[in-house]
Design a protein around this ligand. Structure first.
Ligand SMILES: [Zn+2]
Ligand SMILES: [Zn+2]
Length: 156
């Protein structure tokens, strides 16, 4: 696999909206998603209870929380990892943000109301995929550890 240039894939649509399982946490996104990835890290496995998670980077400042923000539970890993956000009532996972810049938000694909048209462009942390589910042979670039965003072709 040639990881030298990673295509962002189809340009997404906007506006988007989304919510947790019970609806107490909801959001709107004013700009198309920048790009997404499948993550096979063990933190995502623990967080979701399944094999991988799918998240997309949003344009900084484009995500607005439209429900009662008091319902958002923020888990701080404490090791420099991004803060993981879920609903206090239903546990639904909605997003994560950079603790050093809360405007930089990754949204969980599963929380979206629409097909964002944006597609995950790579698999990251594939060395941590569980024995009971294999990384699919879908032709996307694979990274043993974190996706290297410097390889992403933002003009594609
Ligand atoms: Zn909820
Ligand atoms: Zn992960």
């Amino acid at each position: 696999m040639d990881n030298s240039k990673i295509s962002l894939g189809p340009k997404g649509i906007a506006p988007l909206s989304g919510h947790c399982m019970c609806g107490a946490v909801s959001f709107e996104i004013d700009e198309p998603l920048i790009g997404g990835a499948y993550c096979w890290c063990t933190r995502c496995q623990r967080r979701t209870g399944t094999a991988f998670s799918t998240s997309a980077l949003t344009v900084p400042g484009s995500t607005r929380f439209t429900g009662d923000e008091d319902h958002i539970r923020v888990f701080e890993p404490g090791d420099g990892g991004w803060n993981k956000c879920s609903c206090k009532l239903c546990g639904g996972q909605t997003h994560t943000f950079n603790p050093e810049n809360p405007d930089v938000v990754l949204i969980r694909f599963g929380a979206l109301d629409q097909d964002p048209v944006t597609r995950p462009m790579a698999h990251q942390f594939v060395d941590y995929a569980p024995a009971w589910y294999q990384v699919p042979d879908d032709g996307l670039p694979r990274f043993p550890e974190r996706l290297d965003w410097s390889l992403v072709d933002f003009d594609s």
